[in-house]
Design a protein around this ligand. Structure first.
Ligand SMILES: [Zn+2]
Length: 425
């Protein structure tokens, strides 16, 4: 892979371009019209062609006065976009595409772009979230066909606007589209019938996923992959160890909003939620498993910072998450929630005792903070940091399959002890 920093491919003349979709006119987002004549006759053998479009190149160029982004892909894709406030973001939605940038370093933030993330939102949807350096609008948002049926380019030109103009843009767009950034991230919205007597439903929640990769270790290990691997092991072991029906909030690399994780547990009448993470901390020396429960006031500074970064998940994915903090506060005032909090702490104690001596624990392993994902009022919930990807020793440990087996076995054991104790009461 060679880097060619001087190459800035031109945007072809519009005469030949096929206009595929949304244009931002007068600040209003118009509904997408997909006028692409798929003249690709598929005469070439499509042997190794993935089932979805591949975004194989991208680039960010320009400065604070005008910034151009483009993305190249191999077949027509129906993109749409909208802007979000607090912080200012441009969200680009599409059906599922594969992001396989040949030169990912070319999409480094610059100019009016402060950050960029891309990935799956659901099995059939993808998203690019562009965090803006300040208020800006897409003066151009257009797909052009570079090579008939084979190479297409989404071109986005950002220009700065005033804060007032940006506010207008977002509110007018909201009036037209009702945009909140929310997408349906899970298909089964049907309520589950009550479970048989003597059985318990355990929800295992692999943190992050899709566009939200979570933390990343120095070796490149991604939190979203680690949590899914360990959560799957825990699910299998819990199901095998007692009268437990185990459900996972996600079983693949897709984004699931924090609210949807909570809703999923409630719909399934969960008796316990275990959310699995392996985050990064500023304090790189900190290591060891930690069990967090919900509290309005954080138990300590580290827990407060962690919850804050954890609760950013929806924002990262381009969702509106402003009201969530209030919900946490409301729920804590509730009586049921106080009862639930006791059970959450009881499970946390059981879990820490089970883990002790077997896996490294942080100092004071039982901590608490206002984690949105733990706020189901009637379901005992804990968030387990398996370790911290910011710590080199933890990272190495967590890459070891023996450790994965070990910690998931201990977590399963703790689940059994917890319900045995409850049944004995
Ligand atoms: Zn996390």
């Amino acid at each position: 892979m060679t880097r060619s920093p001087t190459r800035l491919p031109p945007v072809p003349a519009l005469g030949r371009a096929v206009r595929l979709l949304v244009l931002l006119l007068g600040g209003l987002v118009l509904p997408a019209t997909f006028a692409a004549a798929t003249d690709a006759t598929d005469d070439a053998a499509p042997a190794a062609r993935p089932p979805t479009a591949v975004v194989f190149a991208g680039r960010i160029a320009g400065d604070e006065t005008s910034t151009r982004l483009f993305f190249d892909f191999d077949r027509p894709v129906d993109f749409s976009h909208f802007m979000m406030a607090s912080p200012e973001r441009l969200v680009i939605d599409s059906p599922a595409v594969l992001f396989r940038f040949a030169e990912p370093e070319l999409i480094e933030p610059r100019g009016l772009v402060a950050g960029i993330r891309y990935g799956a939102m659901a099995r059939d949807r993808s998203r690019i979230v562009v965090t803006l350096a300040g208020p800006a609008r897409a003066a151009r948002f257009e797909v052009v066909e570079l090579e008939p049926g084979a190479k297409f380019r989404l071109v986005v030109d950002l220009v700065p606007v005033t804060a007032d103009e940006y506010g207008d843009l977002v509110s007018r767009q909201r009036a037209v589209l009702g945009v909140s950034g929310e997408v349906v991230t899970k298909g089964d919205r049907v309520r589950v019938p009550p479970k048989p007597e003597g059985r318990f439903t355990i929800v295992i929640d692999p943190g992050h996923g899709g566009i939200d990769g979570g933390a990343e270790g120095a070796s490149g290990i991604k939190e979203k992959d680690l949590t899914l691997a360990v959560a799957s092991k825990i699910a299998t072991k819990v199901a095998a160890i007692g009268p437990f029906d185990v459900k996972m909030t996600r079983e693949e690399d897709v984004f699931v909003s924090l609210q949807e994780r909570v809703n999923f547990a409630r719909r399934n009448h969960a008796d316990l939620v275990i959310s699995i993470h392996a985050d990064s901390l500023r304090q790189k020396w900190v290591r060891g498993a930690t069990v967090y429960t919900l509290s309005r006031e954080a138990s300590d500074e580290l827990a407060r910072e962690l919850a804050q970064s954890e609760n950013m998940s929806d924002q990262i994915a381009g969702l509106d998450s402003r009201e969530q903090q209030d919900v946490v506060n409301d729920i804590l005032a509730d009586l049921t929630a106080r009862e639930t909090a006791k059970f959450s702490r009881a499970f946390s104690t059981t879990l820490v005792r089970t883990l002790a001596g077997d896996v490294p624990l942080i100092k004071n392993p039982q901590r608490s903070a206002a984690f949105v994902v733990l706020k189901a009022p009637e379901i005992p919930s804990v968030l387990v940091e398996l370790g911290y990807l910011s710590n080199a020793t933890d990272e190495k440990m967590m890459a070891d399959p023996t450790w994965e087996e070990d910690i998931s076995a201990q977590i399963a054991k703790a689940v059994r002890s917890f319900f045995e104790a409850r049944l004995a009461e």
